[in-house]
Design a protein around this ligand. Structure first.
Ligand SMILES: [Ca+2]
Ligand SMILES: [Ca+2]
Ligand SMILES: [Ca+2]
Length: 259
């Protein structure tokens, strides 16, 4: 029994030491990630100061560090879908949308951690664990979205791309059924102090090592009449690169990167 306990302690020590030393180094994160200035004029929780991503086999972990407490701000509900606001931490990527099941060339594929208290768009997931899969919009959750410049949302504004009536684009298996190019893959956003991160699984064998990314904090709003464009980006709080040039690269120096 004693030796078993000792082994367990030794194992846990080894695990502790592994998590302290394995995987990507902070130095390499600095080289491959995107540093952004603090701006005290911005809402702290959306003021991006560092964005990075690293790989562990087929898992890519996307990080964003803010000047405040990530995830601490949520929009005021309006009580209905029309005009419903959302806040999001967004990682636009260079990946083709077909990587996750949308049509090739459909737009800019972006990962997002989002919250929108007026509606649920994760019909397969019960994020607040109350036994109801249709009432979780107020809990941060993840999306893949396909963004495109959409003048109807305002000059230079982006929207989550609509699915025009009568068309049948390719969609991921976890598409939640809304008429927009949005997927609810179920990856849990993880919040810790100033940081939000999402562990994203890609198909085994798919090489995403060349991908680049950026970081954006934004507000979105459902069209008041629930017409197209359905889901506009209404405010961009911060852009990690300042110009959406997607300068972030994957840190791949670790084979057992921490998640
Ligand atoms: Ca900033
Ligand atoms: Ca749900
Ligand atoms: Ca629920």
């Amino acid at each position: 029994m004693r030796s078993l306990t000792c082994s367990a302690i030794a194992l846990s020590l080894m695990a502790g030491s592994a998590s302290a030393h394995n995987g990507h180094s902070k130095d390499d994160d600095q080289k491959t990630g995107i540093e952004s200035p603090v701006d005290n004029a911005k809402v702290e929780a959306f003021d991006i100061v560092f964005t990075h991503a690293h790989t562990n086999g087929n898992i890519v972990t996307f990080h964003m560090t803010t000047n405040g407490i990530a995830g601490s701000e949520t929009p005021e509900p309006v009580g209905e879908l029309g005009g419903a606001p959302a806040y999001a931490y967004v990682w636009p990527t260079s990946l083709d949308p077909s990587t996750v099941g949308f049509d090739e060339g459909a737009g800019i594929l972006a990962l997002a951690a989002a919250v929108h208290p007026d509606f649920d768009d994760t019909p397969l997931f019960d994020e607040n664990r109350d036994g109801d899969a249709s009432n979780d919009g107020q809990t941060w959750h993840s999306h893949w979205v396909v963004l495109s410049p959409t003048e109807a949302c305002g000059p230079g504004a982006f929207a989550v791309k609509d699915i025009p009536e009568g068309t049948q684009p390719n969609l991921p298996a976890t598409w939640p059924g809304l008429p927009i190019l949005l997927d609810s893959p179920g990856f849990t956003p993880l919040f810790e102090g100033p940081e939000v991160k999402i562990n994203v699984a890609f198909p085994l064998g798919l090489d995403v090592s060349d991908m680049s990314y950026d970081g954006v904090t934004a507000a979105l709003r459902v069209n008041a009449n629930i017409h197209s464009p359905l889901f506009c980006v209404t405010d961009v709080f911060d852009i990690a690169s300042g110009d959406l040039s997607l300068p972030g690269r994957l840190n791949q120096d670790g084979t057992r990167a921490e998640r």
